[in-house]
Design a binder for this molecule. Structure first.
Ligand SMILES: Cc1cc2nc3c(=O)[nH]c(=O)nc-3n(C[C@H](O)[C@H](O)[C@H](O)COP(=O)(O)OP(=O)(O)OC[C@H]3O[C@@H](n4cnc5c(N)ncnc54)[C@H](O)[C@@H]3O)c2cc1C
Length: 61
């Protein structure tokens, strides 16, 4: 798996082994999962881009 949850699990597993174990992740498709590819990151980018158009035209807001 290659989403946010698997990155957290991999980091935790590495911590629990004291950095002694190599942690592998197996998945398919684009690495990064929902957050990086279609969720948090692109939605914040679209919000920021739309703010830069909307607010100059609606300064009262
Ligand atoms: C529009 C939008 C905006 C969002 N904004 C935010 C935000 O601002 N803040 C926030 O905290 N959360 C936000 N979220 C929610 C956040 O994206 C998800 O909670 C988070 O991505 C879930 O992570 P996950 O690892 O559980 O699943 P995912 O990120 O979906 O990762 C699952 C991974 O598993 C892989 N996989 C699936 N099946 C298999 C299989 N059989 N074998 C191998 N690999 C497999 C997939 O390819 C994928 O890489 C948003 C979501 C959306 C849709």
């Amino acid at each position: 798996m290659g989403g946010a949850a698997s990155f957290s699990a991999a980091i935790k597993a590495s911590e629990l082994s004291g950095g002694q174990m190599s942690i592998g992740m197996v998945g398919y498709g684009k690495i990064g999962g929902t957050c990086v590819n279609v969720g948090c990151v692109p939605s914040k980018y679209l919000l920021e881009a739309s703010h830069s158009v909307y607010y100059p035209q609606h300064p009262q807001d």
